[in-house]
Design a protein around this ligand. Structure first.
Ligand code: 16C
Length: 247
């Protein structure tokens, strides 16, 4: 197994060779590059991001968008977290060992394929939102270093013959998510838990894949995204507190 369960493996600083020979590699590389670039773009300008949640250093923006009558509002969140590194943030977001501890929308999670140390394919089912049908998702997840002190995880829907869509009780939803993190500390200083700050950009676009009432859906994400980002970042701070810093 490429994924050792009882050993903590931080995201590698270079792309794993096993990923670059996989059939999904060109798609994973292209979408990750695009998503990371878009994540660090600002929310000003013409695109029209609307602020919908603000708490401390956290800001969340959305754009109202509908595709075939289904709400697919893109979301963009910015946050700043002290005491943890970009690499640590991405480690806890990518590694399935921790997922049930911070992800509250999950019902089940299955690792469909272990591509490499930095790429996995997941099948997840989510808690049902009344009155819509339950949803599931099948997506690849890739963690990489982009530039110095910058790491990102990109998740994007894919297909797999062993996990066909819309057969059981679940409707398949489609997701593109990017968590991009950049650490900084005072020039000339050695980075420590006391002086490090990590800027986070989290972007998410979810297509519900089938009918779901627009009002319910917007109410759910307005509640769930802030809850997720606060809970996840607090979780990482707690996990890292007494561990040596990993740049
Ligand atoms: O990025 C996040 N998590 C990652 C690891 O799990 C991964 C997940 C992506 C899936 C995002 C879609 C989640 C749909 C959940 C639907 C059920 C919610 C139940 C809520 C409580 C009862 O990248 C963190 C993801 C944080 C998700 C916040 C919720 C977003 C809702 C968006 C609208 C979903 C449409 C569902 C149609 C019924």
């Amino acid at each position: 197994s490429v994924h050792t369960r009882d050993q903590v493996e931080l995201p590698p600083p270079a792309i794993d060779n096993r990923l670059t020979v996989h059939p999904l590699w060109s798609e994973i590389d292209r979408i990750s590059t695009e998503q990371i670039q878009a994540a660090f773009e600002g929310v000003g300008g013409e695109i029209g991001w609307q602020l919908f949640a603000e708490e401390g250093d956290m800001r969340m923006y959305r754009r109202e968008m509908e595709v075939d009558g289904m709400v697919t509002d893109p979301l963009k969140a910015m946050h700043k977290v002290r005491g943890v590194t970009a690499r640590e943030m991405c480690h806890y977001f990518f590694n399935p060992r921790y997922r049930y501890e911070w992800e509250t929308t999950l019902e089940t999670m299955t690792i469909v394929e272990e591509i490499s140390s930095d790429a996995l394919v997941f099948h997840q089912t989510f808690k049902r939102i009344w009155p819509a049908s339950q949803r599931d998702a099948l997506f690849w997840s890739h963690v990489r270093q982009s530039t110095d002190n910058t790491y990102a995880v990109t998740n994007h829907s894919t297909t797999n013959v062993d996990y066909p869509a819309n057969t059981s009780a679940c409707i398949r939803l489609f997701v593109t998510v990017c968590l991009a993190c950049r650490s900084s500390w005072p020039a000339g200083a050695t980075p420590t838990r006391e002086n490090i700050t990590t800027s986070i950009a989290y972007c998410s676009t979810v297509n519900p894949g089938g009918w779901a009432p627009a009002g319910v859906l917007r109410a759910v994400y307005k509640r769930e995204y802030p809850k997720f980002l606060k809970r996840f970042t607090n979780y990482v701070v707690e996990q890292c507190r007494d561990k040596p810093i990993a740049i």
